[in-house]
Ligand binder design. Structure first.
Ligand code: BES
Ligand code: ZN
Ligand code: ZN
Length: 476
């Protein structure tokens, strides 16, 4: 993947001229100016002109969109369509020329092209359809800086890392392998990582993580990723926590096979987003101290599996009555959130494919967010949600919801009942915190069973671009 500025004198065989309805394309259309003008006036979308070896494409982005965010999203979506044409033409290197749109729209076009270009090829032994072929994009736009392009490249690489992890099946990506993959990436990005093995987790008495792991033949892991540059602007770290359930069968409260278990390799989407975010932050050397915590295990039924009715002593010493072994995410996250207290964090953001309830409420269209951090922090995160189109729908986080978690025999039970399932999950987790806390339930947008525009099919990589944007804004 090469994303660069056009160097003077450089020419490309495939050129995409990007403007809006008011742009004058005659400079690029030559004798075909009238034709292009007509196409633009009639909103005909992408138009191609050929001249010898050179193919020029004209893309009009509509200006009448309601908000800047919609304008930018439309640029990504337009780029997804352009990618299909580039693929048909076997174009591997293309230039993008700004002819009257904003630098943000240009960057969004690049982002849409490259996010579309992703495919997960590892397990094909032969190709019916060849993999996508884009190798270089060169941009002509005065206002796009070198830093913009470096950051875009990093955001894309981080998102692809996240997607790869989510797309990996359990047959490869056990909890141990997940930790190893994060270790491998640390060498390139520069963050440090420590991985606790089962023995260490036992000695720490992380009861939630160990309970979920009881039905598994593979050991759990608990990974601590850290990026602590000398010029960090924050005194107290920001901690990111990600749910690393490498496969969720539901445990003894087994999920029905057909539609609810088939894609449960995606249940480490939160962990993958945290790994991707720490990758981007450290690769871009952002001046911010960030720690990532990733508890990981699979959730399976077995002879020794935890059962409904069990009472578990958690890492913080509190007790939980397990009434559904499929509510396992909160068991392992609770221990990670308690563990985070020792850092005296300024803020903790936790990401998880936590509830079917969040998925049912917003579909693939949003992250369900809630928390008790100050409203300005939540607003900044929501703004990043709009910037990246990884939008956050904020749910209430009133204390009343905790009533639903009262247990007859322990401090809390691990399910809240029929109503407000996404919120009771968040309230359950809040009990393990003593710092400003934001919970992001990504169950909806984490995995696409069908192609979803530039977000692709399979792991969408949600969370990584969101967090990178959030930290870039905090440090600029
Ligand atoms: N991993 C699932 C949630 C999920 C659902 C993720 C759909 C991605 C897509 C989670 O562990 C789970 O099973 N949650 C239960 C909780 C319930 C038993 C309280 C759910 O939402 O049904
Ligand atoms: Zn579950
Ligand atoms: Zn789960």
């Amino acid at each position: 993947m090469r994303i660069q500025k056009i160097q003077p004198g450089e020419t490309y065989n495939f050129n995409i001229i990007i403007g809006d309805q008011h742009s004058d394309f005659s400079e690029y259309a030559g004798p075909k100016s009238e034709y292009i003008k007509h196409r633009v006036a009639n909103d005909k979308g992408l138009t191609l002109l050929t001249d010898g070896d050179t193919i020029t494409m004209f893309q009009v982005l509509k200006k009448e969109e309601k908000t800047e965010h919609e304008l930018i999203e439309n640029a990504r979506v337009a780029a997804h369509t352009i990618h299909k044409t580039l693929r048909d033409l076997d174009a591997s290197s293309v230039s993008l020329v700004n002819n009257g749109v904003s630098s943000k729209q240009m960057l969004a076009c690049l982002e849409g092209l490259w996010l579309t270009n992703y495919s997960f090829e590892k397990y094909f032994t032969k190709h019916d359809v060849p993999p996508f072929t884009l190798e270089t994009t060169a941009v002509s736009c005065d206002k796009v800086t070198e830093t913009d392009l470096v950051h875009l490249t990093i955001a894309l690489e981080g998102t692809f890392f996240t997607r790869d992890l989510v797309n990996e099946p359990l047959s490869y990506l056990t909890a141990t392998k997940l930790a190893e993959e994060m270790q491998e990436k640390s060498k390139e990005a520069g963050y440090t990582i420590e991985v606790f093995n089962k023995k260490k987790i036992e000695s720490l008495r992380m009861g939630g993580l160990l309970a979920v792991n009881k039905g598994s033949i593979d050991p759990p892991t608990f990974s601590i990723l850290e990026w602590k540059p000398e010029n960090a602007i924050n005194e107290k770290p920001v901690v990111l926590v990600g749910k690393g359930v490498v496969y969720d069968t539901g445990g003894l409260s087994l999920k029905p096979t057909a539609d609810s278990m088939d894609y449960m390799k995606c249940d480490m989407g939160g962990a993958a987003a945290v790994a991707g975010a720490i990758y981007t932050i450290s690769k871009a050397r952002l001046p911010v101290h960030v720690i990532g915590l990733v508890p990981a295990t699979d959730n399976r039924p077995d002879g020794n599996a935890y059962v409904p009715g069990d009472v578990i002593e958690m890492y913080d010493g509190s007790t939980v009555e397990v009434l559904n072994t499929d509510a396992e995410g909160r068991m392992i996250l609770a221990d990670a959130l308690s563990y985070a207290k020792q850092y005296d964090p300024e803020l903790v953001i936790e990401l998880s494919t936590l509830t079917g309830s969040a998925h049912a409420a917003v579909g693939k269209y949003a992250i369900v967010g809630m928390g008790n951090a100050n409203p300005a922090t939540m607003d900044a995160l929501k703004t990043s949600g709009f910037n990246t189109f990884e939008r956050i729908a904020e749910f209430p986080f009133w204390d009343d919801f905790s009533e639903l978690l009262k247990s007859d025999i322990a401090d809390q039970k691990n399910i809240g009942g029929k109503y407000a399932g996404a919120i009771t999950a968040g309230k359950f987790l809040e009990k393990f915190t003593d710092y400003p806390y934001i919970h992001l339930d990504i169950a909806g947008p984490s995995f696409n069973k069908a192609q979803d525009n530039y977000r692709g099919k399979g792991g969408s990589g949600v969370g990584t671009r969101l967090l990178f944007d959030f930290f870039r804004n905090r440090t600029s």
